[in-house]
Ligand binder design. Structure first.
Ligand SMILES: Nc1ncnc2c1ncn2[C@@H]1O[C@H](COP(=O)(O)OP(=O)(O)OP(=O)(O)O)[C@@H](O)[C@H]1O
Ligand SMILES: [Mg+2]
Length: 244
């Protein structure tokens, strides 16, 4: 199993009160899955992604990514772990304004001291169809192009998993479709695992699995629902004697 969350809970202090952002969430993910996380605003989607990406820690429960218990890592080891294993795409892109597209994508590799940072970054930019924009700075790019740079930066390290928090929220519908086509391609052709939080039905329609979070609780999982449906169907067929 690539990711295993076991009874994960997270609370935030809001002045005098506590907000339960995640309550007892248990979830497993296999390599190659494309998981969409949906739920109303404030339901805990970003919290879940932040915990999965080891940007934040849970209060109770365990988070394992690639067999590593992320909660047991020191701050320093966690950021190293993120750089090695996790690609993150933020809603607001988070590109470095003074760097060109190419330099932005090279950055996580440079941090690691990878020698072939440039050819790898060029390839990642080619994968997202941005060969012609490599020397442009973020301000000289459109929203969709910036998001593609952010995706290139997330995949260039060949992470085990890419987490994207509402990657299409700031894009028009045509650009969203292009970004989703790109994510589909990376998921199918390069077996990149994706976890994407979204309010967008188009995004959920593209995923291989959809979970719903409500008030911090995992209330629906399409994989579990499918399995239950198959089990019920099988039992029903056996009972009716049709399959006999
Ligand atoms: N740093 C924080 N401090 C205090 N409360 C927080 C913090 N981050 C999140 N919360 C609270 O935790 C709950 C879950 O927030 P979260 O950002 O995970 O929701 P979300 O599903 O991503 O919402 P949206 O769709 O609006 O992005 C909310 O009630 C929010 O107010
Ligand atoms: Mg959010």
């Amino acid at each position: 199993m690539l990711v295993e969350l076991n009874s994960v809970s997270k609370r935030y202090a809001m002045g005098d009160i506590w907000v339960d952002a995640l309550k007892d969430v248990t979830l497993s993910l296999e390599k190659g899955e494309f998981l969409a996380v949906k739920g109303p605003s404030g339901s805990g989607k970003s919290t879940l992604l932040n915990i999965l990406s080891a940007l934040d820690q849970c209060d109770s429960g365990t988070v394992q990514v690639g067999g590593v218990n992320v909660g047991e890592l020191s701050e320093h080891k966690r950021s190293k772990f993120r750089n090695r294993h996790i690609g993150i795409v933020f809603q607001s892109f988070n590109l470095i304004p003074v760097l060109t597209a190419l330099e932005n994508v090279m950055y996580p590799l440079t941090l690691r001291g990878v020698k072939e940072a440039k050819p790898r970054a060029l390839q990642a930019l080619k994968d997202v169809d941005l060969e012609r924009q490599i020397n442009q700075r973020p301000t000289q790019l459109s929203g969709g192009q910036m998001q593609r740079v952010a995706i290139a930066r997330a995949i260039v390290t060949r992470p085990d998993i890419v987490l994207a928090d509402e990657p299409t929220a700031n894009l028009d519908s045509k650009t969203s479709e292009n970004i989703m086509a790109l994510i589909q391609k990376l998921n199918k052709e390069q077996d990149v695992t994706f976890v994407i939080s979204t309010h967008d039905d188009y995004v959920t329609s593209q995923a291989t699995r959809v979970i719903t979070i409500l008030d911090g609780k995992l209330v629906n999982d399409s994989l579990v629902a499918d399995m239950q449906f198959k089990k019920r169907t099988k039992a029903g067929i056996a009972e009716s004697g049709v399959g006999a």
